[in-house]
Ligand binder design. Structure first.
Ligand code: ADE
Length: 419
């Protein structure tokens, strides 16, 4: 099979972990079962650029069971789980182009391999496939039915493409579905970011001062989990509404310049560049830890940090680089500034990716069913799919809820009844 992975010998270990994750993905399992019977993707080529994890493996297995001819490449050079890549190739007959630790050239070569598949549907986590299709002449005639986007950063890029009028095919903002960002971004990023920081540093969070840059859905999750671990949490924000919300949730809110000399640990999760930069590095405490949980490794300006350093010691612990500054302060950068939850841990747990990936699978099916009637613009996931995923997840969790009585339905539909 045409593929590029680090070590096929890891396949058995990868399969065991994929099956372990599958236990916690009941909604996706249900979708997989239906796909296996109905084969909605028969004759459809799919290229997916996602983090190569046990959860993603279960998504691509479901799509393949539905008849898709699928190829997978990494959406980040440091997030690939090599055993999973091996298992997909060796045991599930799925082509994978992903090597943990791949350099940028290899990363983009893998994107090219995924697009050489001539996909009808693409799935992105960060919009790199769509960007390549729209910017590279060789894909000018690409026959894309639809594209799906998993993450906030990718949706931001797609919005900018839509605004610039360059989109040539419909794209679905899976991230914006409620059963995605209210759960994956908040509870998934919250837990997995703490997990990554703990695995990388082994530090006690209780009593630490932690500055979280950004109070979007992901930032909220990180801030609350850090607080739950006993840290004193500072929020930095540029959006007055989010800052106000953070303040009323009891977090201290201040500009990064003020947080810089106070915090022991910084976590950037804004989706923007240069959240931590030269003016902040000058003010950091000796021993400050810097981690990023945003999609791209642009939130911490590593070039500026490197320029300030008289010495850089790589891997003082696995995934921790020490920057010795001119004045003797030591600053520690985690996971090369790449998303710490995937680079230093395993990303979000399967039970939350269950919803995100059931959405991906069902939205891909929806896009195919509506082939030809969709415009080249950004679409939301249909509400019907969002609600179905929520219901199924509740059911799988053994939780039942109330139903509206007919009196309540009438009341909610009416306007005459008042005080
Ligand atoms: N994004 C965050 N966590 C993930 C995971 N476990 N698998 C795939 N994508 C992810």
């Amino acid at each position: 099979m045409n593929c590029d992975i680090n070590d096929p010998g890891l396949a058995d270990a990868g399969r065991r972990r994929i099956e372990w994750a599958e236990h916690d993905m009941p909604v996706l399992r249900r979708v997989h079962e239906r796909f296996r019977k109905e084969r909605p993707f028969q004759g459809t080529r799919i290229s997916a650029c996602l983090h190569v994890t046990t959860e993603t493996a279960n998504l691509v297995r479901a799509l393949k069971a539905g008849g898709a001819d699928i190829i997978l490449c990494a959406s980040n050079p440091l997030s690939t789980q090599d055993d999973v890549a091996a298992a997909l190739v060796e045991h599930y007959d799925i082509a994978v182009f992903a090597r943990r630790g791949e350099d940028n050239d290899t990363y983009y070569a893998h994107i090219t391999s995924a697009l050489d598949h001539a996909p009808h549907v693409t799935m992105d986590d960060g919009a790199d496939l769509v960007t390549a299709i729209l910017t590279d002449e060789q894909y000018a005639d690409a026959d894309i039915v639809a594209s799906l986007e998993e993450t906030t950063t990718g949706v931001n890029r797609l919005r900018a493409m839509e605004k610039d009028g360059v989109l040539r095919f419909p794209v679905f903002a899976v991230n914006d579905a409620l059963t995605k960002h209210l759960f994956d971004n908040r509870f998934g990023t919250g837990q997995s970011t703490v997990d990554g920081i703990l695995r990388a540093t082994g530090k006690l969070l209780a009593g630490m001062t932690v500055a979280v840059g950004g109070f979007g859905m992901c930032g909220r999750g990180v801030a609350r989990r850090m607080r739950g671990m006993g840290a004193q949490v500072i929020i930095t924000e540029v959006d007055p509404l989010k800052a106000l919300e953070a303040a009323m949730e009891g977090f201290r809110v201040m500009p990064m310049r003020e947080a810089a000399p106070e915090a022991d640990l910084f976590v950037t999760v804004t989706g923007n560049a240069d959240v931590l930069r030269g003016e902040h590095f000058h003010r950091l405490k000796d021993g400050a830890l810097l981690a990023n949980a945003g999609h791209f490794n642009v939130e911490i300006n590593i070039d500026e940090l490197s320029q300030l350093a008289r010495d850089i010691v790589r891997d003082v612990r696995p995934g921790v680089d020490e920057f010795l500054l001119e004045d003797g302060r030591r600053i520690y950068l985690l996971a090369e500034g790449r998303l710490v939850n995937l680079a230093a841990a395993e990303g979000h747990p399967p039970s939350v990716m269950d919803m995100s990936f059931a959405l991906q699978a069902l939205t891909a099916e929806h896009a195919l069913l509506n082939r030809g009637s969709l415009a080249p613009r950004l679409y939301p996931v249909p509400e019907r799919i969002d609600r179905w995923v929520a219901r199924l997840k509740l059911q799988a969790m053994g939780i039942s809820i109330d139903e509206l009585t007919s009196r309540q339905e009438q009341y909610m539909a009416g306007w005459r009844e008042g005080t």
